[in-house]
Design a protein around this ligand. Structure first.
Ligand code: UDP
Length: 338
């Protein structure tokens, strides 16, 4: 099985690449390194001891994507490529719609030309909007997303549903990620956000390594047990393994559709900070701040469908996840730059 990973040098793409190579799949990576590093590609080779083609391309470039399909016999595409900063998407929505929709459409059109019919899409829990009851299940409708980033995910899901409806040979699995955190236990690959991190774990890690002074906790007056937001954090390796299971599922003729990838458990911001203090042995100063606009109080997955249909069993608990993240951040306080 030869799998094209668009955005394969990114955080989730690189961890998925490792799992696929370790399980004997061949891969091809296409990445423009706009929010990732070619060093990640070298690290994937180092961890797995395996080589593979890596193309430095923007997947909105149709000719460049065509060339990849011409030069490699691809069986399936896992589409990670896209812009993903929620706050930035509110400021420059047109750029998000242009890039994320164009990338997905270009890859799908080139796949069709090349006769490739299996597609796995990096979607997000944000497509549930804010009106569905918790925990989110795949049979609930998509809702109004709180950001243009989220809307691009929901729009691409709809495009895929329509494309699969129109072409019975196309099958697409939509993987709805909850809050992926952690890193490969080697400490060689991990999350490397550009600039000030938006997400909780990278921010905490940068405080722990001394790159930032203190964490700002956005809101402690939510209707949750300790007043801070509750999220469903999942180890990026567990998430990566779900992609492998999704490939196997498509290979045995599985139906197109969405799958939630979350642990099914929720932890509050305060609980995450406490666990990070314990694991790192660092004080991690934190200051309470007002709520961040658009943050729902609680986000938790029902993962029954992924467990039953894909056979997915998330295996790693919170302390292990944070310890793995810490190994990466401690050895790479400035990410792939050093
Ligand atoms: N959060 C925080 N301080 C930060 C970053 C995040 O208090 O510097 C909170 C945020 O308000 C949310 C939770 O941590 O309640 C998880 O946020 P993240 O951005 O990691 O994930 P998402 O909002 O996508 O669930």
């Amino acid at each position: 099985m030869n799998v094209l990973l668009t955005g394969g040098a990114g955080y989730i793409g690189s961890h998925t690449a490792v799992e696929l190579l370790n399980r004997g799949c061949d891969i091809v990576i296409a990445d423009d390194y706009s929010n990732s590093s070619p060093v990640a590609v070298e690290r994937i080779r180092q961890i797995t001891g395996r080589d593979f083609p890596a193309y430095h391309v923007d997947v909105t470039d149709c000719e460049a994507v065509r060339r990849i399909f011409r030069e490699n016999k691809i069986d399936c595409v896992i589409h990670f490529a896209g812009k993903k900063a929620v706050g930035e998407s509110v400021e420059i929505p047109l750029s998000y719609y242009r890039t994320n929709l164009d990338a997905a459409l270009t890859v799908l059109e080139c796949m069709k030309e090349a006769g490739v019919s299996r597609f796995i899409f990096s979607s997000s829990a944000t497509v549930y909007g804010s009106l569905n009851p918790i925990p989110y299940r795949e049979d609930m409708p998509r809702g109004e997303c709180s950001s243009p980033y989220g809307t691009t995910k929901a729009m691409i899901e709809k495009i895929l549903e329509d494309a699969c409806h129109a072409d019975s040979t196309l099958s697409a699995v939509l993987l709805r990620y909850f809050n992926p955190i952690g890193a490969h236990p080697s400490g060689l690959i991990g999350e490397d956000p550009q600039g000030i991190p938006n997400n909780l774990l990278p921010y905490i890690a940068q405080v722990a390594v001394g790159r930032r002074e203190r964490l700002m906790v956005f809101g402690d007056d939510y209707p949750t047990p300790d007043g801070t937001c509750v999220r469903d954090y999942i180890h990026v390796r567990d998430l990566a393994q779900a992609h492998l299971l999704a490939l196997e599922y498509l290979d045995r003729g599985g139906e197109s559709g969405p799958f939630n990838l979350g642990s099914g458990d929720g932890f509050s911001v305060k609980e995450i900070v406490e666990t990070a203090r314990k694991v790192t042995g660092k004080p991690i100063p934190a200051t309470m701040k007002p709520r961040r606009p658009g943050d729902p109080p609680t986000l938790i997955a029902s993962n029954h469908k992924a467990r039953e249909v894909l056979g997915w069993v998330p295996q790693r608990g919170l302390e292990e996840i944070i310890a793995d993240a810490w190994a990466w951040h401690q050895s790479h306080p400035n990410g792939y730059d050093g």
